[in-house]
Design a protein around this ligand. Sequence first.
Ligand code: NCD
Ligand code: ZN
Ligand code: ZN
Length: 357
Amino acid sequence: MTREIRIPAMVDPHVHLRDLDWAHKATFASETAAALAGGYWVVMDMPNTAPPAINHAAFDHKLTRIGATAVCDWGLYFGASQDDNQTEYPLVAGRACGLKIYNNATTGTLLIADQAARDRHYAAWPAHKIIAVHAEDDTVADILDLVRKHRKPTHFCHISLAHEIDLLTVAKEEGLPVTVGVTPHHLFLTVDDLPTLGAFGLMKPELKTKADQAALWEAIESGVVDVVESDHAPHTLDEKASEKPPYGVPGLETTLPLLLTAVHQNRLTIERVIELLATNAQRIWGLKPDSETYTRVDLDASYIIQRSQLRTACGWSPFEGMQVHGRVREVWIRGQKVFDGETVLVEPGFGQNVAVG
Ligand code: NCD
Ligand code: ZN
Ligand code: ZN
């Protein structure tokens, strides 16, 4: 038996496609092809690139490059920088999908640890585009203070602790304009997997306990979690094998099958998967996909995640060896078949910026 479903216009609002000076890790071409293989219509790329997207020249350069090479649709975040780059905001906001503020240390150089500096960025960014934050642990409360003050829509990326879920549950009850993203690695892996995974289990925020993992699943059930975002963050095998392995794991090609496997196990409904991977992000980022943008998925196809079958340039996955259910058969964008289950059918540059306005 094969049951097929059609998922409308999947969106991953949190990826790191690399390229530019980090093209040795991955490129817009390689990772947007991986996005199509993962079923996605849109990927939204974070600004912690090399060079970082923190002034209009670097942003425009990145925009030109992804515009020329992407095979799926896309958005780009602009980055808040330590040296108060707020005067750049009016120059880029109309073409950016949001502002990203890094409030804890992670890959790249964009860390804003000072609350007064964060406040200046919050005050300056135009309210019609979302602010996405990397905030871990106590920093979540610091950012909530800024949301309470400025009332600007804020997306909390890769939430991983039970305690953070508690804070965000209360914030939502309070009526603050906040949304919550969780990653597949925090949903399907824990610290208990670290001995086996080694550097392949290293990312920010780090893997957490089973109790934290259970809190994320409960928050999916209760509706506190709005989106599952891959936080696709490819690093090469050599880099991961090095003495100081960088933080980050790929996820574009494994997120949908992992969630569909949870459906297979009766831990989730298909309707909830569609909200978490498509319709909620469309609403939060204000996207209006046309009705001829969708992904056809075979729910019953079952396979083992293997690196030889991945398209991401990094060529590995923390989920290797896992048996999953659900395979992408076709992706359609704006009425055109762009992926047939094996091959990307469009030329580099087919992808469009979805965040204009
Ligand atoms: C990300 C990266 O490599 O760019 N790494 C990670 O561990 N998640 C950065 C980030 O999302 O914090
Ligand atoms: Zn982050
Ligand atoms: Zn990230």
